[in-house]
Ligand binder design. Structure first.
Ligand code: DAH
Length: 338
């Protein structure tokens, strides 16, 4: 057989085999077999040297054509295999919902605080704010807290070297507003407060309060009760009831503690309300005439009520959070639930 006949035989065999290749590895192996550096075509080309000068270019041309046709067949086989592989994939479902982007949102403390402020604003209260670094006068003296009151001790209150303190309550904002403004006054004071408590499941060293103050002529305890009843229903649900228990605060007289009926058990008694059916939520009372005197209001003319409560406590009740520390750990697994 001449070299040309041998080349044509290789081509015929390659064209018969390649289209039947079942996978990419087979195509690759056939490529090596026919047109690789040690393949059939290259091997035949070694005999080129023994040919005459006239024969050589003719055989060379044939070899190039054979190689090109085999390459084309290999490429066609590779394309066919790639296409069938794509067809085997599950079809793209363009109706599937997209990937949801995670949006940030408000912290549970902010959710409760914003709600509480919104409820009181709807009742006509105006937001007032005061400094977190407070004078002893505003935080204690003007609020009729006696000089030897235990809450003033450095064990309970953070003192600065200059004698100022981190406020222990939002009540000093009442004083700051009344110092500047004549009655009637109807304010709500949201804010952060600080106490030197050892952190545990229900205590933190700083937490949030919301304070209300209403001063006008002929304000009564019944007005306070109506306001807190409406507030309770808006914050914890329409069925929520309230009750007053006598208490003592230096800045109010009389003073009460206000309980909300337990939202967990509806007042029947459960673990959350310690089987009493009630949750202690707010301190409140009628503004003590001594407080009015401290801000130069005439107690013969003006009357008022005040109340204050902890935001974390309401958040824990509303969302059934068992430990106040969850609110400050910034664990996304916790925060994502709100
Ligand atoms: N300041 C009190 C506290 O931190 C709460 C409070 C009680 C505020 C009675 C008031 C009030 O305005 O009238 O425990």
């Amino acid at each position: 057989m001449s070299l040309i006949e041998q080349l044509e035989a290789v081509l015929a065999e390659a064209l018969a085999t390649i289209p039947g290749a079942a996978d990419a590895a087979t195509v690759e192996a056939l490529k090596v077999k026919y047109v690789g550096r040690r393949g059939a075509v290259s091997e035949l080309m070694r005999g080129l040297g023994g040919l005459s000068a006239e024969e050589r270019p003719v055989v060379g041309q044939t070899a190039n054509r054979v190689k090109a046709e085999i390459d084309t067949a290999l490429a066609a086989a590779a394309d066919r295999l790639a296409a069938s592989q794509a067809a085997a994939l599950p079809p793209l479902d363009v109706t599937l919902p997209g990937r949801r982007r995670r949006l940030g949102h408000k912290h549970p403390i902010s959710l409760v605080m914003d709600d509480a402020v919104a409820v009181l604003r709807r009742m006509g209260f105006i937001v007032a704010e005061g400094p977190e670094i407070e004078t002893i006068w505003h935080n204690f003296d003007a609020l009729n807290t006696p000089p030897d009151h235990p809450s003033r001790e450095p064990k309970d209150t953070f003192y600065f070297p200059d004698g100022r303190i981190l406020r222990t309550q939002t009540s000093p904002v009442q004083i700051r507003v009344m110092e500047k403004q004549q009655p009637p006054v109807r304010i709500v004071c949201p804010g952060r407060v600080y106490r030197r408590d050892t952190p545990d499941a229900t205590h933190g060293m700083n937490f949030h309060q919301i304070e209300g103050l209403y001063v006008d002529r002929n304000v009564s305890l019944a007005d306070l009760k109506g306001t807190l009843a409406a507030f309770a229903a808006e914050m914890l649900g329409p069925g929520t009831k309230i009750r007053f228990r006598p208490h003592f605060f230096p800045f109010t007289e009389p003073s009460v503690e206000c309980d909300f009926s337990c939202i967990m058990c509806g007042g029947k008694g459960c673990r959350v309300c310690k089987h009493s059916g009630w949750l202690e939520i707010a301190g409140a009372g009628m503004v003590n005439p001594k407080v009015f005197k401290a801000v130069n209001y005439d107690p013969e003319i003006w009357t008022g009520y005040a109340f204050g409560m902890g935001i974390e406590r309401i958040a824990m009740i509303r969302y059934a959070i068992p430990d106040i520390r969850f609110l400050y750990e910034n664990d996304l697994r916790f925060l994502q639930q709100f």
